[in-house]
Design a protein. Sequence first.
Length: 176
Amino acid sequence: MKTLVLSYSYTSNNARYAAALSAALGATHVQVQPKHKVTYGSITLDLIFSRKPEISFVSATLREYDLVLLVAPVWIGQPAFPLRRCLDALKGNAVPYGFLTICGGSDEGNPTLPGSILRRTGRAPALVYQQHLCKLLASSPAMTRQEVMDYRLTERDCATLVENALQAITKAFPTI
């Protein structure tokens, strides 16, 4: 199965996770790059005005794959805004897809995330898989919210996250 892992990362954690995941799957990894710098201010404006940041991505690329896995942070219960154009490109496209994320700011998940993805694509993803840094780092001394947000994944962290994700992916997409 020809698989595309499309990722966006604000801090590099989701990019490292996506790279390790695509290597484990033998998939193509494409990092979405916004054409303008992403700042807290631009994120706020994108949220308020439902803007779709310009990115370096060609939607025709999706037709070349049998499966698309999107990897990005979740911002206020939604996939990171630079992925909005990628999600829009999945509308009307029959390729199966899933969304995976490493959450730093949410301890208990993002219950509005699947609905947000459905609204953007017009169809439910076969997989929404959230892994939380606070759970990955549970063996560490108690960390503040800011320390969790500032944490950068190690190779060992990525291996653990990918191992967990592969179980969920093979369950959702048995032919992979």
